[in-house]
Structure formats: structure tokens, C-alpha cells
Design a protein around this ligand. Structure first.
Ligand SMILES: Nc1ncnc2c1ncn2[C@@H]1O[C@H](COP(=O)(O)OP(=O)(O)OP(=O)(O)O)[C@@H](O)[C@H]1O
Length: 300
């Protein structure tokens, strides 16, 4: 686990609980989000992601535990929770202008800056929010959330239902916000492969409990790397490889040899010498999705 130095964290929760009657939607979650993180918050439907996000944005009251921000008294926070909250009969510009007035934003150029930042500056000004594509709606939602240049941005399932192009656009916005403005971002999703392209740290929640927190590097280390082998005699192959100190598991039809890619030749030679011939032989690196499914199943 990455060491958290004194003041590096932005948000720290300790044993945070949200109960609905006897049901613990968030169950003793101790999470740390560091300044500058793009924190990928992973969990399947009903795992407790939105409830946790509503707690940290103080939309709902916690039942117990602590929640601490390490920032100035009035830290600016922006959020898009359960879809963008925009006026359907206003254009992007008018939606932004309306929020700018509400939030008392004096900088007259800010609306144009945001429109450009989220790629909506070229959209026909007569087009209303209700007629936007889902991707445009999400981008405007993010635009509203960043109007005040928040230190912390929370995006709840921002890529749900988007087409590949829409996903790429949101990903670019997230990267730019983090790199150019140093915005700390919490992004929840169950589209794990997509999350793995943006997140620098991960928290995995299941049935209300945070079951794992890890950095991108730690995830790469923990994701399994193995040779997959089917052969003329799997049982004998397993014995030969185990005798040579390889860590081998079998699923009945294939062997999984936990080792590095550069061992492929050695493994093949060991088997050939004993007259065993592969019928299928390849190297596999487990991705975030497979790691997560294994973790949820208690397999890691
Ligand atoms: N206001 C509420 N009253 C009672 N139960 C609730 C309430 N809000 C959420 N829950 C329950 O808490 C659990 C967690 O819900 P939550 O919406 O946080 O999950 P989620 O991970 O965001 O899922 P999804 O991806 O489907 O939005 C669910 O079982 C849900 O039914």
C-alpha cells in the first residue's frame, strides 16, 4: 500500500457507515484519496458507490464514522451524481450562464473557457440541452461541475451508456483537468477496462465494504501474469513443471503457470524433453476486469 505522507491526502474516511434501517449501504469504509489522485472507485450495481459519494458530498448524513477533508475551510468541490443536472430547455451556454449567476462567478470569460474545455464551444447555440447526445449532456454536466474550478471533482458513472467516441472525450477531459489544473478526481464506474485507462489509484467496494485500495502500479503487480498451456498430457506436464519449481494450477483442461513471459522457452523445452507437446500455448496478463472478478469471488 502506498504510504500516505502527512498532508498529502485530500479526503480520508474512517469506518464510515451509512445505514438504511438495518441495511448498511456503506459499511465501515476507510478510504484515503490523495491530492492529485484520479481515484477509480469500482463496484458492481448496488455495491454502495453512489451512497458513499453522497456521503462525501454531504448530500446525506453519515450514520457513524469520520470523514475529513484536508483543505482550506471552503474547499471547492464539483460533482456529477446520477447524471447531469441541467435545464432541458436551455442551451449549454445558457445553462452555464445560469449557474455562473447562481454561484456569483464574476469572471465573464469563464463560461467560454468551460465551453471550450468540454468541447461544446462549436455547438449550435440554438440547440437545447434536451436535444444533445448523451456524451454532450455528460460533458455539459462536467462543465457545470468545473465552473468554479474545484479542487475536488466527483464523477459518478460518467461514462455509463456512452459510445466509444463519447468515452474517449470524457477520458480526455478527465486527464486534462488532472494534469493542467491538478484537480483531484473521484470517478466511479463499473466499466473497469475504461477506468484502468484513467485512474492512478483504485478502491474496490463490494456489498458496502471497501475490500481493496491500491495504486496503479500495485494493481499491475497484483494482476496475474501466466502461461496458459494445454498439452498432450496435462497431468504429466503439471508434475514436470512443478518439479522444476514452477507454480502450476489446473482448471481441468488447461494449466496456468504463474511466471514471467521470458520463461516460455524454458517451459516448452522442459516439456519437449519429456515428449509432451502443447496443443495450445500462450501468455496471458490478467487485466483489471479479471482481477476485480477474482477479488469479488474471493479468488485473489
Ligand atoms: N435511500 C435509500 N433507502 C434504502 N436503501 C437505499 C437507499 N439508497 C441506496 N440504498 C441501497 O443501498 C445499496 C447501495 O446503493 P448505491 O446506489 O449506493 O449503489 P451503487 O454502487 O451506486 O449502485 P449503482 O451502480 O446501481 O448505482 C443498494 O442496495 C440500495 O438499494
Amino acid at each position: 500500500m502506498q504510504e500516505i505522507k502527512g498532508n498529502d491526502y485530500l479526503l480520508k474516511t474512517t469506518n464510515l457507515v451509512k445505514k438504511y434501517k438495518e441495511y448498511q449501504a456503506v459499511n465501515e469504509v476507510s478510504m484515503t484519496i490523495n491530492k492529485g489522485d484520479i481515484y477509480g472507485f469500482i463496484g458492481r450495481n448496488g455495491a454502495g458507490k453512489t451512497t458513499f459519494i453522497r456521503l462525501v458530498t454531504r448530500l446525506i448524513e453519515k450514520s457513524s464514522g469520520t470523514l475529513a477533508y484536508n483543505s482550506k475551510k471552503n474547499m471547492k468541490m464539483g460533482a456529477v451524481i446520477e447524471g447531469p443536472a441541467c435545464y432541458p430547455y436551455l442551451s449549454a451556454r445558457d445553462n452555464l450562464k445560469y449557474y455562473a449567476i447562481q454561484k456569483n462567478i464574476k469572471n465573464k470569460k469563464r463560461v467560454d473557457e468551460v465551453l471550450e474545455f468540454v468541447g461544446l464551444d462549436q455547438v449550435d447555440g440554438k440547440k437545447l440541452f434536451k436535444d444533445y447526445s448523451l456524451g454532450m449532456k455528460q460533458r455539459l454536466g462536467i462543465g457545470l461541475a468545473i465552473l468554479e474550478q474545484p479542487e475536488f471533482l466527483i464523477l459518478d458513472e460518467p461514462i455509463n451508456g456512452l459510445d466509444p467516441q463519447g468515452i474517449v472525450e470524457i477520458r480526455e477531459i478527465i486527464h486534462r483537468l488532472n494534469k493542467e489544473y491538478g484537480t483531484t478526481i473521484l470517478i466511479s464506474s463499473h466499466i473497469l477496462t475504461e477506468l484502468s485507462l484513467v485512474a492512478s489509484r483504485y478502491g474496490i467496494i463490494n456489498e458496502g465494504k471497501l475490500i481493496k485500495e491500491l495504486t496503479k502500479d500495485e494493481l499491475e503487480d497484483e494482476c496475474g501474469q501466466y502461461i496458459v498451456l494445454a498439452s498432450s498430457d496435462n497431468q504429466q506436464a503439471k508434475k514436470i513443471l512443478s518439479d522444476s519449481q514452477f507454480n502450476v494450477e489446473s482448471n481441468g483442461t488447461e494449466l496456468y503457470i504463474k511466471t514471467e513471459k521470458n520463461q516460455m522457452e524454458k517451459v516448452a523445452q522442459l516439456l519437449f524433453k519429456q515428449g509432451i507437446y502443447p496443443t495450445n500455448y500462450y501468455y496471458k496478463e490478467e487485466n483489471l476486469e479479471e482481477y476485480y472478478l477474482n477479488l469479488i469471488a474471493g479468488g485473489v
